[in-house]
Design a protein around this ligand. Structure first.
Ligand code: SAH
Length: 240
């Protein structure tokens, strides 16, 4: 006898849509992925999430190469409550920064904030491309949230307006306490390939909410440092 298949099947395609989902609503998406690539048609099912209301089951009612119309059915999951962690990073080279955004999304970072520092060498950041990487990672990894991706801001401005209740762990390749996060709202700051200047270190150390931390005796590339620090924080927060 055939076992009852799990419902809904795990292998359903998942898509992020940037509009609020609700039962009975019809959603129109570009047909390229669902119709042209996956060759899905009317009656086929898809999971949708909107970063607002959670994850929903939807059925294709109309499929063309240009557009696919989906009817939203039952809600499968509420929007997950992610850990309260921000990641601030100096823009680094394309490829590496795409990787960083993808992995930080998988790990569940709530906000991704690009910060320009004195030694930041990348001056133009394609936020749309970064957002597409975050969306793709969230789609593949069952996420019901997306990290909020901020506009690049200068380090001084970020420090000037730093929220009183949030600790800022800055990964200091020049040394610091071993990274042992304590509970509460937090952010991690990673420097660019060239590291922080002495002046920046001074400004950071002067901020009462800042904690210089070491990520061990070996210098890591910025992208590795970011993901190592996020993993350590999540482990300490009991979220690993
Ligand atoms: N070129 C610099 C290294 C920069 S590494 C130098 O040779 O000193 C890029 C960023 O990753 C640093 O600014 C820091 O935020 C983080 N980082 C890398 N390794 C680290 C470590 N062992 N401890 C703390 N932070 C580290």
């Amino acid at each position: 006898m055939v076992a009852t298949p799990a419902w809904p099947p795990q292998s359903l395609p998942r898509l992020f849509v940037d509009e609020e989902l609700a039962k009975g609503r019809n959603i129109v998406v570009d047909g390229n992925y669902l119709a042209a690539v996956l060759r899905l048609g009317p009656g086929d099912r898809v999971k949708l999430f909107d970063d607002r209301t959670g994850e929903w089951l939807a059925e294709i009612v109309e499929a063309g190469r240009k557009r696919v119309v989906l009817a939203v059915g039952e809600r499968l999951r509420e929007r997950e409550q992610g850990p309260d962690l921000w990641l601030l990073f100096a823009p680094i080279k394309r490829g590496r920064i795409d990787w960083l955004v993808e992995k930080a999304t998988e790990l569940g970072v709530a906000r991704l904030l690009p910060v320009t520092t004195r030694r930041t060498v990348v001056d133009r950041l394609n936020l749309e491309r970064l957002r597409a990487h975050a969306v793709e990672a969230a789609e593949q990894c069952e996420r019901t949230t997306l990290p909020e991706l901020g506009e690049p801001r200068k380090l001084e401005a970020v420090l000037r307006e730093w929220p009183a209740e949030r600790l800022l762990y800055f990964a200091d390749e020049g040394g610091g306490e071993p990274f042992r996060p304590v509970p509460g709202p937090a952010a991690i700051l990673i420097g660019p390939e060239g590291g922080f200047t002495e002046e920046e270190r001074g400004a950071l150390r002067a901020l009462p909410q800042a904690r210089p931390v070491s990520l061990g005796p070996r210098i890591l590339r910025a992208d590795t440092a970011a993901l190592a620090a996020v993993s350590l924080w999540m482990a300490a927060a009991g979220d690993w």
